[in-house]
Design a binder for this molecule. Structure first.
Ligand code: DQA
Length: 150
């Protein structure tokens, strides 16, 4: 039987405000909309998805630690913690799960402080600048990665 992969989709601070927040940069799609479209895609791909958003670094670290043994791959938009959090990087390294980093905006053409990511060099790959579709592309890429590596 085809394996049913478990994928955890993590979102960091202020992404709960997607749809209302700086819509010129992040658009009008809400995080709930993104979850719905990921779940539709997940059904097509035959994967189980779990979602978690927090504005708190420690809560994200706790959720990453919990993923050990439960999850095959993590998709994460660490939001502002991308550029600051050694703790999230260390948690991802500690659980040793493959990671795909997603950003709605293209962080590489924004302010210089956004151009460094503490996650990029430990990720399988990065999807940036493609809006909410980035999460769906990460799901596709994640499943392909798991099929290839597993
Ligand atoms: C973001 C980019 C980050 O620089 C920013 O702090 C965010 C969102 C994105 O999805 O484009 O909150 O991760």
């Amino acid at each position: 039987m085809k394996p049913r992969y478990q994928i955890l989709v993590l979102n960091g601070p202020n992404l709960n405000l997607l749809g209302q927040r700086e819509s010129a940069i992040y658009g009008t799609t809400t995080l709930a909309d993104i979850e719905v479209s990921c779940r539709e895609k997940g059904k097509l791909l035959g994967v189980n998805l779990a979602f978690f958003q927090s504005n708190h670094e420690g809560a994200l670290v706790d959720r990453i630690q919990q993923a050990r043994g439960e999850v095959d791959l993590i998709i994460i938009n660490p939001a502002a913690y991308t550029h600051t959090s050694v703790a999230i990087r260390d948690a991802l390294l500690a659980v040793g799960l493959p990671v795909i980093e997603v950003h709605i905006s293209n962080i590489h053409k924004r302010e210089s402080f956004r151009q460094h990511s503490y996650i990029a060099d430990i990720a399988v790959g990065q999807v940036v600048g493609l809006g909410p579709q980035g999460y769906l592309l990460a799901l596709d890429g994640g499943v392909t990665y798991l099929q290839r590596e597993g």
